[in-house]
Design a protein around this ligand. Structure first.
Ligand SMILES: [Zn+2]
Ligand SMILES: [Zn+2]
Length: 520
């Protein structure tokens, strides 16, 4: 449906790409594909002859649409209807935010919230169900930590989900053995599913996709897509209600159930089944990411691997042999060792574009190996600001291994940018700002110690368009040169002519996918 558009964009400052930056004033689009980039009169001439429309950009700046290589479209859509708990500074404030949310959404049956971080709490401890039971009242409540790897359940939710009876080290307990309501890793999803968070999923996905388009993002890698979400996103697509391009990375269970009937490449330019996503370790925030040496601020642990190597290899091999792209989450460097071993044993090569999600802690020799086998680093620059405590976690000795974006680029690793939304904000200008400044203005310690790891604005833009399209195996995206999708975003200012500190003030004026306006 989107691909039927024939239109010329004229009188703009149009960047066709950033490596190196190239500017034109006109673009001719036929059936959603750029056929000419250059002189506006000529672009208009091509399109008029075909009966197409003319869009006068009135001197505004347009760039290729942002490609977010890793986000969770289902959780993002759901989070738009949840209590926003980001930046909460105390347990009292957590309670206040929930109270206010319920005041604004009085018909809420199950309270979902997202974004708290106990590191920010002035009480200096994890929250418990007893902290929230009275404000949530009779309804079950699931409040997911900022990283998505831990959640606080109230007593009602703990009982209704059945997790109150489960014995696992991933379910936190008081000294007397009572579960506190905090659950980690797989139990987060278990709780969410048990409490029916997925009701209204099609609507939530549509809202999520519209929200993404409104932020200038024209294509996403939808990772950890489970069966329910797969069915829901396919329904949206069939109904012609998908405003952006989506590349699907199934989680292992959905992959096992669908891999015989769903070949990679199934779909079209809008929706395409692309890969398998496996989460192999946790997060630095929850100290569940697997490090080669113990955490500096808790020597009793170095995190853990969530899969045995044999299990991981079995599912990855099956996917690899069937032509699914591999996308494996590795936050700790010990996990990255495992992923690189896997890629070596599978014999991946440049053309496979095997992905490493996050690659948050990466030693120099690991970066060299990633470059050698053509592994793509799918990174989230905004983690640098959110993980403001990270130097304490890993200690000074390992600090140069954390979010080493520039080193990766310099060593020849293909870099793709993303937000992991709803973990980080979808807004590409927040991501760009973080990549370019490393939070130096926010007093981020990592940024102060590793200023050499910042990216230039044009490098970050290149990684966020061409680089991310590469990570999604999409040769038609990430550029406005002829032969590419006419996916573009019109901006209030030129990011290449904007002070780094002002990048976040740039606004998305319009978003086009396949030459058709999808926002506003
Ligand atoms: Zn992940
Ligand atoms: Zn993720």
């Amino acid at each position: 449906m989107v691909n039927t558009d024939t239109v010329a964009f004229v009188n703009g400052v149009i960047y066709t790409g950033f490596s190196p930056p190239r500017r034109v004033r006109g673009l001719a689009v036929v059936n959603g594909i750029v056929v000419y980039a250059g002189d506006p009169a000529r672009a208009a001439g091509i399109v008029k002859g075909l009966g197409g429309d003319i869009v006068d950009l009135g001197g505004k700046v347009a760039i290729p649409g942002f490609v977010d290589a890793h986000l969770h479209l289902d959780s993002l859509g759901m989070s738009l209807r949840s209590a926003d708990l980001r930046g909460v500074r105390s347990i009292a404030e957590l309670r206040e935010r929930i109270r206010r949310f319920l005041e604004q959404h009085p018909d809420t049956e199950v309270v979902f919230g997202r974004g708290w971080d106990q590191e920010l709490f002035k009480e200096g401890r994890w929250p418990t169900r007893w902290d929230i039971d009275d404000v949530t009242g009779d309804r079950p409540a699931v409040l997911v930590r900022v990283c998505g790897h831990a959640a606080l359940l109230n007593t009602r939710a703990l009982v209704e989900s059945g997790l109150i009876d489960v014995k696992s080290p991933l379910i936190m307990r008081r000294e007397d053995g009572e579960p506190t309501g905090v659950v980690k890793e797989e139990f987060v999803q278990r709780a969410i599913e048990a409490l029916g968070a997925r009701r209204g999923l099609v609507k939530a996905l549509e809202e999520g996709a519209r929200y993404v388009a409104a932020h200038g993002v024209t294509e996403v890698g939808f990772v950890s897509c489970n069966l329910d979400s797969l069915n829901a996103v396919m329904e949206l697509w069939r109904r012609g209600k998908l405003p952006i391009r989506v590349r699907l990375y199934l989680e292992p269970e959905a992959f096992r159930r669908c891999s015989s009937c769903l070949a990679p490449g199934f779909g079209d330019g809008l929706l395409r089944v692309t890969g398998l996503k496996v989460i192999v370790d946790g997060s630095l925030g929850a100290r569940t990411a697997w490090l080669s040496e113990p955490y500096a601020d808790d020597p009793s642990t170095r995190g853990s691997l969530l899969w045995s190597y044999e299990e991981l290899k079995e599912v990855a091999m099956l996917a690899f042999e069937r032509g699914f792209q591999l996308a494996i989450h590795a936050i700790g460097d010990a996990t990255l060792d495992i992923v690189l071993r896997l890629y070596r044993e599978l014999g991946v090569s440049q053309g496979d574009r095997a992905r490493v999600e996050h690659a948050s802690v990466a030693r120099p020799e690991q970066i060299a190996e990633m470059a050698k086998i053509g592994a793509v680093a799918v990174v989230q620059p905004h983690f640098v600001i959110t993980d403001w405590w990270v130097v304490r976690r890993v200690g000074k000795g390992r600090v140069t291994w954390v979010y080493p974006f520039r080193t990766m680029v310099r060593r020849g690793v293909r870099l793709a940018l993303s937000t992991d939304a709803p973990v980080e904000p979808v807004d590409p200008f927040e991501t760009l700002y973080a990549a370019v400044t490393r939070g130096i203005n926010e007093g981020i310690e990592l940024g102060r110690i590793t200023p050499n790891e910042t990216l230039e604005v044009h490098e970050a833009l290149d990684a966020y368009t061409r680089g991310s399209a590469y990570a999604l195996r999409d040769p038609m995206a990430g550029s406005l040169e002829p032969g590419h999708y006419a996916d573009l975003v019109v901006l209030s200012a030129d990011p290449l002519a904007t002070e780094p500190t002002k990048l976040r003030d740039i606004e998305v004026v319009e978003t086009y996918v396949g030459g058709r306006r999808v926002y506003p």
